[in-house]
Design a protein around this ligand. Sequence first.
Ligand code: ACO
Length: 466
Amino acid sequence: MATEQQTTDASAGKGVSGETDTLTVTDNRTGKTYELPITDGTIRGLDLRQIKVKDDEFGMMSYDPAFTNTASCRSSITYIDGDAGILEHRGYSIETLCENSSFLEVAYLLIWGELPTKPQLERWTYDITHHTYVHEDLKHLFEGFRYDAHPMGMLLSGVGALSTFYPDAKQINDPEERYMAAVRLIAKIPTLAAYSYRHNMGFPYVYPDNDLSYAENFLSMVFKKTEPKHVPKAELTKALDVLFILHADHEQNCSTNAVRGVGSSDVDPYSAVAAGVAALYGPLHGGANEAVLRMLRRIDTVDNIPDFLARVKDREEKLMGFGHRVYKNYDPRARIIQGYLDPIFEATEYNPLVEIARELEKQALEDEYFTSRKLYPNVDFYSGIIYEAMGIPTDMFTVIFAIPRTAGWVAQWMEMKEDPEQKIARPRQIYTGSRERDYVQMADREGPEKIVGPPARRPKRPRRGA
Ligand code: ACO
């Protein structure tokens, strides 16, 4: 009921006097006044339902397309202050974690809530390292894709297919099954990611190497040729591990919301994470790193930047890698990545696109169009340049994003499953269509001549690589 205190945190929602904070709403249609409790700066959507003109009405709802101002859960995993440019996981700043921890430590922190002790990390690392192999039949699944299939599409299918190999994961309330699903997902996603690359390139698949670290093993599965053992350069491994930490979790973003939404149906975690991979594929989300590289290549030289920015302002283009739903300040992850650009170029070949990126950022940040909209570089503005310097093709960038984000998806899925307030996700709608129409038999139907279908002269798109 609206008048009850509905918070699980005893102190939250109380004013200085200790009384529960409330919001008083007057419905001008009826003159009635309602008092709604405020908890953690929010009101409960369901508390609006009591506001109605007639008793038999459904009651008031809030309308929030794209959830721009709606909290869908309580979470203690990731904290973002978008105005101040702060990102913390379980209370530790992203800067501290990148400086001191490995990706597997951060994955442990996200999922289990605390930094691991030495024995805990050893056990966690052992379990993940010893579940990196995938069933040979999964390899056959990858062999079935067209030679030029996008690796993200292959990864999406591969993660979904994992659910068929581990049907016991359907026991989502069994702690052992949850643990095994967490380990298997984090362990196997680099293997599937590397398979998608090798298939794309027509190279034989490389099996995981248990002697290597998480990041080293991924690079080995991607780049190993005829040498008996592939140990990547330390600079590359370090940069990749930091990039993994930076991409591990980012609270209720599009893909995490997809994992939570699909997982709320009690489906197995592999299927829920596959939904996250699908959401991440989009160019407005994880696909942005790929789009940034394509944009920088199109800009071609720094001389073309003013023209490009003019087209952005005319809304003919979008400045990919800029802007964020939550950050209205510099994305702290973008700042950390910039620190790795020079060390990476020392260990690899210089990527001239970085000059275009740096100049593009400079000119955008001096331009009122971008500053007034609080548009700053996000995590993906520079990440692709590093991947490219490592020799990773553009199509693989989003796939690499999915590897560490799997830890965040698992953590968020587990938190949701333990939250007694969560139910199957099911938003409401405002119905705008017709009602109770009389059915018209085919012979009596009239209407415009236009046949609904694709435009008649749609240009045929060439196949990639064909
Ligand atoms: N280039 C040009 N203009 C932009 C950009 C951009 N990259 N981003 C936002 N704007 C403009 C919008 O046109 C809008 O202007 P208006 O108010 O005059 O209409 C204003 O800034 C606000 O933008 P919204 O689209 O309302 O912001 P929203 O929060 O919905 O979108 C998003 C956030 C999707 C990230 C957007 O900034 C964008 O498309 N950026 C480019 C894609 C990208 O880099 N995505 C990666 C995000 S990070 C991640 O997912 C890992």
